[in-house]
Design a protein around this ligand. Structure first.
Ligand code: ZN
Length: 304
């Protein structure tokens, strides 16, 4: 029995009613309860377990990144509608008093702030690429990250969040190394989700590029099969939710950050990310709001 009949509002209400999430005033921003967190944590550990023998380097970055990464990757050409640039106050005494007056009067106050050197991280892998500048070893590089990411897309639909966590893997090396790795993981990802009783399937996908030019970029991406997603129905059967994505960037980041293979060619990169909240929600939708009542096989995987 699914938790709800694939209805975003009913699913949101169910998550709240069972204390799994706690509304926090803004669409797409909410607190997580301890049962929700327990499932999320255990799913993350399962991913780490199946990937343990790959020997990925573990890195952790804060949810704010160097603004120049956004600039060098041309993020604002493709996704200006999703950015979260951090602004702060740089003024003196008088300007501070004016700022305070505007806020107390209920006026807009954004124009009194100015850009800082950081942005909220929009993609788990972004802070890794500047660390790879130079020559990568003959067998390439493999990094894993746990990251909070931000996308400005407020929505009452619970699987569309403004801030969420990703378990990410990043591979860097020759085109062959990178594509082989991504294809291996695509199969692995589907099997992992299916082993938890989720009706997961893969499909070719594209990023939500902005505007008219974006349509062209998206169709190129589909044509070249650069992006795959593993989909699971959570709030809709017709439009299943992307629970993980597998992205082949070709030489985009290698060019932007001067990353080379040992023979001096521009390195290629690929990344994959599991949306940890989305997988957690998919589990609640598939098996019900009370994990104690989940199928034994699923429980044994998550609580061995
Ligand atoms: Zn990535």
């Amino acid at each position: 029995m699914t938790a709800t009949a694939y209805d975003p509002i009913a699913f949101h209400e169910g998550l709240v009613k069972h204390g799994l999430i706690v509304p926090a005033g803004v669409d797409g921003i909410f607190g997580r309860g301890h049962v929700f967190e327990d499932v999320l944590d255990r799913f993350d550990k399962l991913i780490l377990d199946i990937a343990a023998k790959d020997g990925a380097q573990v890195l952790l970055f804060p949810p704010t990144i160097d603004r120049t990464i956004i600039e060098k990757t041309h993020y604002m050409d493709s996704f200006p509608h999703l950015v979260g640039a951090v602004y702060s106050f740089f003024g003196k005494e008088l300007a501070a008093r004016q700022l305070s007056e505007h806020i107390h009067a209920g006026d807009a106050w954004g124009e009194h702030l100015a850009m800082t050197h950081v942005c909220l991280n929009p993609a788990a892998c972004y802070p890794v690429y500047p660390t790879l500048t130079g020559k990568v070893p003959a067998d390439g590089r493999l990094v894993t990250l746990f990251a909070w990411v931000f996308r400005h897309e407020p929505s009452i639909e619970p699987t569309r969040m403004q801030a969420f966590r990703i378990r990410e893997y990043v591979r860097c090396g020759t085109p062959e190394q990178v594509v082989e790795w991504r294809n291996m993981w695509l199969q692995r990802g589907i099997e992992l989700l299916q082993s938890l009783g989720l009706p997961a399937r893969a499909d070719v996908a594209s990023d939500p590029f902005f505007g008219k030019g974006g349509k062209m970029l998206a169709s190129n991406q589909v044509e070249q099969q650069l992006k795959f997603e593993v989909l699971v129905p959570v709030i809709s059967e017709e439009n299943p939710t992307a629970t993980c994505s597998f992205n082949y960037h070709q030489d985009k980041f290698g060019e932007a950050f001067d990353i080379k293979t040992p023979d001096g060619e521009t390195a290629h990169t690929a990344c994959l990310g599991f949306g940890l909240e989305r997988v957690t929600m998919a589990l609640f939708q598939a098996h019900g709001f009370d994990p104690a009542a989940w199928p034994v096989a699923v429980r044994q995987k998550l609580w061995p």
